[in-house]
Every structure is written in C-alpha cells, then in structure tokens.
Design a binder for this molecule. Structure first.
Ligand code: B12
Length: 384
C-alpha cells in the first residue's frame, strides 16, 4: 500500500472520520484575511488573538523544525437530534453535548502519532494541535480538501457537513498534498440571513463580537443589552448557522457521537434553565467535568441562563430571578435585573416591585445601572 494510504488507514483505525494531507507552506490568504478581521474590529474581545499570533498560526514551518506536511484530521460530532426544548429549558451547541473534544481528539492523535513511525518505517517528527496552540485549523482543512470554507466560516465536508471537529499533525514527512475541493456554497446565503444577531456581516466574515457562540462562551463580562433579546434560549454556543445549512441536513452521523465520547450526556442539549440559575459551584464542577461547557464557568452560564429566561417569558422564572437579583454574583444580578425588567414590562408586578426594592438595596454601580435601565424602559413603555 502507498505510504499515504497506510497513514490514512492508521488514522481511520484510531477513530478519525476524515484524513487529508497538505504541505507546510504558509496559509497566505487566510493570514491576510485574519489580519484584516483584527484591524476591522471583528475579533475584538479576543485579547490573545493578535497579529503576531495570526502569523504564527498560518505558518506551519515555524511550528516544527523541518516541517514538510500537515496531516489534517476530523471527527464528526453528529449524533442524535435534540428535539424541541421544553419551556424553561435552554439550548446548547451540539459540540458540547458529550465529552470535551480537546481531551478526546488529543487522545486519538497521540495514539496516531505514537504509531506513525512504525507505519512509516523511519523516525517521524510530529507536532499535534487540537485547538490548543497556534494553528489555523480551518485553513489546513480547507487546503487539504477535507472540506470547503462555508460562508459561515465553518469548514464543510462533503459527507459529514460542518459537524466536524478538527485536529492537525505537522510533520517532517514529505507527503504528496491532496487537492483542495472545487465545491463552494454557491448562491446559498441561509446562514447569513438566519443569524439572529447579524454576526455574519458578509460571506466568510464573522463579527466575533456579535456571534452568540462568543457571547455565551468566551465573553467574560456583561452581554451587550441590544443583543440579549436576539439570543433566544442559547446558553452555551450556538448552532443556527449550521442547523440551517442544507448540506448539514443530509450529513452522515459520526461513530464517536453515536456511541463514543461525543454521545450526548443526558439532558446536555436542553438544560433546565432554573437548575442552571440555582446551581452551586460543586454541582457545576461535577456536572461539567471534562465537558466543553466548563469553559463558560458557573458565573457565565448563570448570566446566560438569566438572558434565556428573560427571553423565554415563563412566569415560573420570576421568583428564582428575584432570588438571583438579591443573592448572586454581581454579573448574574445585573442580568437577572434585565430579565426581570422584561417580565415587569409585560405587566408582572412581582418583578417590578423586586426591581424597585433592589434599587434601594443594591451597592454595585454596574448592577444599579442595569436596574435603573430596566425600570426606565418600563417607565417609557408605561408613558406610551
Ligand atoms: C476563535 C475561534 C472561534 C471564535 C471566532 C469565530 C471565527 N469565525 O473564527 C468563536 C468563539 C466565535 C467561535 C465560534 C465557533 N467555533 Co470556533 N474556533 C476558533 C479558533 C480558536 C480560531 C479560529 C480563527 O482563527 N478565527 C479567526 C477568523 C479571522 O477566522 P475565520 O472567521 O475562520 O476566517 C477565515 C476564513 O474566513 C478565511 N477566509 C476569509 N476570507 C478568505 C478569502 C480567501 C480567498 C481564503 C482562501 C480564505 C478566506 O480566512 C480566515 C482565516 O482562516 C478555531 C480553532 C483554531 N485553532 O483554528 C476554532 C474553530 C474554528 N471553532 C470551531 C467550532 C466548532 C465553532 C462553533 C461551531 C462552536 C459553536 N457551535 O458554538 C462556532 C462557529 C461560529 C462560526 N460560524 O464561526 C471549529 C470549526 C470546525 C469547522 N467545521 O470548521 C474550530 C476549527 C475548532 C476545532 N479545532 O475544531 N470560534
């Protein structure tokens, strides 16, 4: 068997669904595009995403001495469908329903690289990346023909759609590069039209600061007020731009998601919002051990739960939100105030009274601003 085929078989035997090859030349267009994104402010809020980082992540030769090739790998995380969330249940991004992909894919890659020299019959140098270092995963995947760049910026593969997580192995092995795909999204713009916050500002351009995924996972502070009503019930990540993609509708499920590490943990796709709001640190740590969700931290998840409860509008949330307005961290109190403002707007007196009372008792400037704002909206709507 040809060397590339032997390597491909090895990777497939370790559980990868897709295996392609590209050379270690710089990803010139991707580097330019990413630097433009930074300069246009579309990566604001990502302090580590600097121009020097972008240069590093698009130049595989700088990542491993003697680098010649990149082995581009993908694992599908498409398993069961979630069903519609019940009242007061939120939604989470599909990639977070099972175990943390960093751990799973790192394990698979280390088994793969561990056996690589044996398969090649010579000592092979490798450096592996699973979203844990300076590597532009999508650029490598696109150039290797693993998939094409979708207008929502996700790499879309012909069989598994964009429900794939990526990993790369940079190596000093000289391997014939695979061809990039000719396929594109054509005239389809569904992901652009359906993004509720308008985060896909042009084909292939995401304004990170508006992306629900960024707002619910990476943002540490307050969620911009104007975006909150548009976020619906997403509490960790967002899949709208993938859910509406016609290619994804026909995607094949992946074995790791059907019966392996990415199989959904019970209730993870539609968590109960009140349980999130009332969760203590110990329960959070236990529930989200080795889950991608732990990245949001308890405080971030509770902030997101307040926004979802405010959008959801079920009155059973009013008392728990009042409790959060009095007895939680300031970030959560601020978002509980916003949510209660929405209930008060639709005529809920308990929410209104709780906000009035909190105006007198609250000491934190930021929370006070939120309470003030919630009440001022109310006065405006009442005056109309
Ligand atoms: C930062 C980051 C984010 C940020 C920023 C999103 C973004 N658009 O990049 C946030 C938190 C918002 C995010 C969200 C998500 N992410 Co993310 N994220 C990353 C990370 C760490 C870096 C990506 C990056 O460099 N972005 C910077 C911007 C500038 O790049 P870009 O938008 O992709 O733009 C590129 C293309 O558009 C291209 N391009 C643009 N114009 C042109 C023109 C030409 C001619 C060419 C050739 C190329 C080109 O060049 C740019 C640079 O490559 C990667 C892991 C990694 N190390 O690569 C994962 C990664 C991209 N994320 C991933 C996932 C799964 C997600 C989510 C689906 C999770 C979720 N459900 O919530 C969402 C998807 C949102 C979306 N539509 O992008 C996967 C994507 C897998 C795939 N199939 O593509 C990755 C690869 C992680 C992994 N190892 O699997 N993510």
């Amino acid at each position: 068997m040809e060397l590339k085929e032997r390597i491909r078989s090895l990777a497939l035997s370790k559980g990868f669904d897709l295996v392609r090859f590209t050379n270690a030349e710089p990803f010139v267009e991707d580097e330019e595009a990413a630097i433009k994104r930074i300069r246009d402010g579309h990566m604001d809020g990502y302090s580590w995403y600097t121009e020097s980082r972008v240069r590093k992540m698009n130049r595989p030769m700088d990542l491993l001495e003697g680098a010649r090739s990149v082995i581009s790998l993908a694992v599908s995380y498409l398993g069961e469908s979630p069903g519609n969330p019940k009242v007061n249940h939120g939604k989470t991004a599909r990639y977070s329903w099972g175990d943390d992909y960093h751990t799973t894919i790192k394990g698979m890659i280390s088994e793969f690289t561990g056996a690589l020299s044996g398969v090649v019959g010579a000592n092979v140098k490798t450096r592996a990346f699973v979203d844990d270092g300076p590597m532009n995963d999508r650029a490598a995947a696109r150039r290797s023909g693993l998939g094409w760049m979708g207008k929502n910026t996700n790499v879309i593969s012909p069989g598994f759609g964009s429900w794939i997580l990526l990993g790369q192995v940079v190596t000093d092995l000289e391997l014939e590069p695979d061809a990039s795909l000719k396929k594109t999204c054509g005239s389809c713009v569904r992901c652009i039209d359906d993004c509720p916050t308008g985060a896909i500002v042009a084909p292939y351009v995401i304004d990170n600061t508006k992306c629900i995924s960024y707002l619910t996972i990476e943002l540490r502070g307050s969620i911009p007020i104007e975006l909150r009503p548009l976020m619906g019930d997403w509490v960790f990540g967002c899949d709208i731009c993938q859910d509406v993609c016609p290619v994804n509708r026909k995607a094949e499920p992946g074995k790791t998601a059907v019966s392996g590490d990415f199989k959904q943990r019970p209730g993870f796709s539609t968590p109960e919002l009140l349980a999130l709001l009332e969760m203590d640190q110990e329960t959070f740590s236990k529930t989200y051990k080795n889950s991608p969700v732990k990245r949001a931290k308890k405080i971030g998840l509770q902030r997101n739960a307040c926004v979802a409860l405010g959008n959801n509008g079920d009155i059973n949330a009013v008392q728990p939100l009042i409790k959060a307005l009095i007895g939680s961290e300031s970030l959560v109190r601020a978002h509980a105030a916003w949510a209660l403002g929405r209930f008060a707007e639709s005529g809920n007196d308990h929410a209104f009274e709780a906000l009035k009372l909190a105006l007198h008792n609250e000491k934190d400037e930021e929370v006070l601003k939120e309470i003030d704002l919630a009440l001022s909206y109310l006065e405006t709507t009442q005056a109309m």
